[in-house]
Design a protein around this ligand. Structure first.
Ligand SMILES: CC(C)(COP(=O)(O)OP(=O)(O)OC[C@H]1O[C@@H](n2cnc3c(N)ncnc32)[C@H](O)[C@@H]1OP(=O)(O)O)[C@@H](O)C(=O)NCCC(=O)NCCS
Length: 177
């Protein structure tokens, strides 16, 4: 059974290890989530430790999808603390494990992130995604609006550069942008 939980305290060691594997799986599959090649287990552990510290400081939300208690995906919302941007959040690192794709996990995770952000009073979510991937179709399907595209925004494995598309969503509840 698919469950979405917002992590507010450190996860079990088992879930932590699954998050490490989730990140490595995503980069291995070509996801543009910050790395050119899959992070080592040590790097990925450090990354998630920093994420959990930021969650503890109230700087970001972390939602995890589990299917029968196994991690199937995760998403983060980074809060913007600038005085003129407290209504805004950035959706980051939405990843569904390659073994769980096209089963509605991503859509459910993103809807849960929207809801958690609205509950914090946010009225606007933004995110960027590498252009010309199925992810753009996914985001439109999830109700996100396409704002535009920036050429040469991300470097990809092999050394080339690819454009990135910016998407946004106004949230029904919360502070209006
Ligand atoms: C993008 C991603 C999160 C989608 O997760 P998912 O669980 O497979 O997506 P869902 O099953 O919830 O898809 C919902 C709908 O989005 C659309 N969709 C999803 N993936 C798609 C793809 N690759 N190509 C075209 N449409 C797609 C479909 O309409 C789908 O509905 P359907 O399966 O009934 O046709 C996942 O492919 C992923 O982790 N990609 C790598 C990481 C990444 O690019 N992250 C950036 C996200 S902003």
């Amino acid at each position: 059974m698919l469950e979405i939980k917002e992590l507010k305290s450190p996860p079990s060691l088992e879930l932590f290890s699954e998050l490490v594997e989730l990140l490595q799986d995503a980069v291995q599959g070509g996801a543009s989530v910050g790395w050119l090649t899959p992070p080592s287990t040590k790097e990925a552990r450090n990354y998630w430790s920093e994420v959990l510290e930021a969650v503890g400081r109230g700087e970001r939300l972390l939602l995890v999808a589990t299917d029968n208690h196994v991690c199937a995906g995760a998403v983060q919302v980074a809060m913007v603390h600038k005085p003129n941007a407290r209504h805004r959040g950035e959706v980051q690192k939405l990843v569904v494990h390659s073994q769980y794709r096209r089963r509605g996990v991503g859509r459910t995770l993103l809807a849960a992130a929207d809801k958690a952000a609205a509950a914090r009073g946010l009225g606007l979510l933004v995110l960027d995604v590498r252009s010309d991937t199925g992810t753009e179709a996914f985001l439109k399907r999830c109700g996100y609006e396409f704002a535009g595209s920036i050429p040469g925004f991300v470097q990809v494995a092999g050394g080339g550069f690819e454009p990135t598309s910016i998407f946004y969503r106004r949230l029904a509840a919360g502070a209006r942008a």
